[in-house]
Ligand binder design. Structure first.
Ligand code: DQQ
Length: 571
């Protein structure tokens, strides 16, 4: 019990009890209040017919719990109110769009339809209560070649040429797709072709598999055909500038990288205009999608760690913000642990959301940059350490002597920037390796490394031509899954010019969020060291070629996302 509480993330969004997975339906209402919903099983700390939990905030970092927004209690969603989104109608009224799941029969078949809900009282800024639409389900027709057994996660709709459009994760002809649907009124929806498909990202259809046309009791769900026959879950599509769209999807098959399941590509949607009525589908290999991966068609990772089902929303001041489900992953389970057999099942809770990340793009590196929103600094309390130039030893690491920490160092932010000591000493590209060790008592530690190659000009500017970020959990101890997490970071072809290599690590008990190069590299990780009372500490290390490195380092104790007394209200 004490150990479970000592490991529960405190400044990330978590459920009070039970199981949490995907973020759903984020938006900021006209009163400025942020609403976040999430897949929630309040009945047990394992996945089960989900509700939509609901939390609200004025600043995206301090949250208040609301009653569950949607409960699986209606005939078309009796087996789960699955993931979805929110759309703000023109008058500012939010409308929730979700997947209702119900059993076809006693067999394992689940029928997935799309449904909507509106606030009971749209003028309540907290939007405490929600009611499902009497015309639900609003979509119960799978896309051509698709199946109602794999048809879920509608995204926030956008209006174009007088019609609403949404994108829904699907499996068409055994091909992972993002199906496009249109509606004049948010009630009657028509299939409108494909937004994107596996062909858009250069994946061929294996061709040998046939999806059940409509889910039928007794027919396979396509999983039997292997990875290429998995639907795309939790798609997301948004515009970042006039000519740049982002398409994001979640794919558990791990065919691209064993550590990443959330992917994105950058492209354009020009082909979309005027062609929405044809409803043609890709039949294997040919890309007829509305979204064109014209800017970059090699999928890039959202995060090299334990996150899935990430989604974005737009703030009122025009920022694009991403949240993702941070799942538990303990020793002995390959990825998400659940089945009543793993250590994390005994915690009494499972799952958290990432810190809100602002998403921007860099066309030079054809990549997204994701960095915690500036409001995250509001969580900082006592400054535990502040040093502008620590000379790092050429062998080993330098401990940062932290002031006494009220969180025992378990709930901290560490902000560092590394540079070679002698300007000009790296006249040509040479290998570098910098990072920190988080010690967690009983001799256990987790090592976070950024490495690559860089040169430094006489003025000290680095040109980084290659970089990767890694979390090594082989000595993390306790119930930690010891698999290494990480990967390479997309950089501009001419190299990234920067004064230093930045590394910012959020330690929230069992949850680590690692950002390097100002958000170009990201790894979200989980560690479960043993012990409840030992103090955690940080040391830094680094070398640039033969030159020693220096580091700037600041460390803060961090506050909590939820007032433990539940006395303070957010809004
Ligand atoms: N989780 C939801 C689904 C979604 C999946 C169910 C992704 O709607 O496809 O809890 O984690």
């Amino acid at each position: 019990e004490a150990e479970a509480q000592a490991l529960k993330p405190a400044y990330h969004i978590t459920a009070a009890t039970g199981w949490m997975n995907d973020p759903n339906g984020m938006f900021q209402n006209q009163a400025g209040i942020y609403h976040v919903f999430y897949q929630w099983n309040p009945e047990a700390p394992i996945w089960g017919a989900p509700y939509w939990g609901h939390v609200i905030s004025k600043d995206m970092v301090h949250w208040e719990r609301m009653p569950p927004a949607l409960v699986p209690d209606t005939e078309y969603d009796y087996d789960g109110v699955f993931s979805g989104s929110a759309t703000l109608l023109e008058d500012g009224t939010p409308i929730l769009f979700y997947t209702g799941v119900s059993r076809y029969s006693e067999l394992k078949y689940y029928k997935q339809v799309q449904a909507t809900a509106r606030p009971v009282n749209a003028s309540d800024p907290k939007l405490k209560l929600w009611k499902k639409s009497p015309s639900n389900p609003v979509i119960s027709q799978a896309p051509p070649g698709g199946t109602l057994a794999e048809f879920r996660d509608p995204i926030s709709a956008w209006k174009q040429d007088g019609l609403w459009y949404t994108v829904i994760g699907s499996l068409e002809s055994c091909f992972g797709t993002a199906a496009l649907y249109s509606s004049p009124d948010f009630q009657t929806w028509q299939p409108a072709g494909q937004w994107a498909s596996q062909a858009t990202v250069g994946q061929a259809n294996a061709g040998q598999c046939v999806a059940p046309p409509v889910a039928q009791p007794g027919l396979g769900q396509c999983d039997q055909f292997g990875a290429v026959c998995r639907m795309w879950e939790c798609p997301d599509a948004f515009q970042l500038s006039n000519d740049t769209w982002v398409f994001k999807w979640s794919d558990q098959s791990k065919t691209r990288n064993p550590y990443s399941m959330d992917w994105y590509i950058l492209g354009t949607a020009a082909a979309f205009l005027g062609s929405h009525s044809q409803g043609n589908i890709s039949t294997g290999g040919e890309d007829t999608s509305r979204f064109q991966a014209s800017l970059q068609n090699t999928p890039q990772s959202v995060d090299y760690g334990s996150i899935y089902a990430s989604k974005t929303f737009a703030t009122r001041d025009g920022r694009r913000v991403l949240l993702g489900w941070v799942f538990e992953t303990a020793a002995g389970c390959v990825e998400q642990c659940s089945a009543g057999i793993n250590f994390t099942d005994s915690l009494g809770y499972q799952g958290a959301q990432t810190l809100p990340r602002e998403v921007t793009h860099d066309l030079e590196s054809r990549a997204l940059i994701m960095y915690p929103v500036q409001e995250v600094a509001l969580l900082r309390s006592t400054a535990l350490y502040n040093n502008s130039a620590i000379l790092l030893p050429s062998n080993g690491s330098q401990e940062l002597n932290l002031k006494q920490s009220s969180s025992l160092g378990r709930q901290i932010e560490v902000l560092t920037a590394f540079a070679p000591v002698a300007n000009g000493s790296l006249g040509r590209q040479q290998p570098f390796s910098v990072g920190m060790q988080l010690s967690t008592g009983h001799g256990t530690f987790t090592q976070i490394t950024v490495n690559g190659t860089a040169a430094a000009s006489a003025k000290g500017t680095l040109t980084i031509s290659q970089a990767g970020v890694y979390v090594d959990r082989s000595s993390s101890g306790g119930h930690t899954n010891t698999t290494m997490q990480g990967g390479s970071i997309p950089l501009p072809a001419a190299g990234l010019s920067a004064p230093s290599v930045t590394l910012r690590v959020f330690v929230d008990r069992s949850l680590l969020e690692v950002y390097t190069l100002d958000g170009r590299g990201r790894v979200t990780s989980r560690i479960y060291p043993s012990g409840t009372d030992n103090s955690w500490g940080v040391s830094a290390f680094g070398t640039f070629g033969a030159s020693p490195a220096s580091a700037n380092a600041s460390v803060w104790d961090m506050g909590s996302a939820f007032d433990p007394m539940q006395s303070k209200t957010c809004c």
